[in-house]
Design a protein around this ligand. Sequence first.
Ligand code: SF4
Ligand code: SF4
Length: 103
Amino acid sequence: MRGLQLRAGSDEDWESLCHGCGLCCYERKSIAGGVRIDLTRPCPYLDTQTSRCTMYDDRFRVAAHCSKVTLLHALFGRHMPLRCGYVQRYRRFSKHGEGGVQR
Ligand code: SF4
Ligand code: SF4
């Protein structure tokens, strides 16, 4: 399966699935069928104009709530935005989160 090969590949391959929407950097709440994103509550390190992290290289040190997206998150993470590049790539292998609400 290409997906598993990709995860086992380079970090660069994996990171390339992120299209930089920044949606995972807002407060999120899993709800029935998907996730609700509060666009009024960004992470303090998010530049909301560019949707870029201002502390990217140090993000795991400075932001306890920040974690690397894994294949398990992509497949089953209830908090993952359905428009996320990882979810779009892998969620078809699971039914989790289909038809969710997002705003
Ligand atoms: S620290 Fe993490 S959650 Fe916050 S803006 Fe950076 S990547 Fe997003
Ligand atoms: S939601 Fe997914 S695609 Fe968007 S910034 Fe986060 S990891 Fe990247």
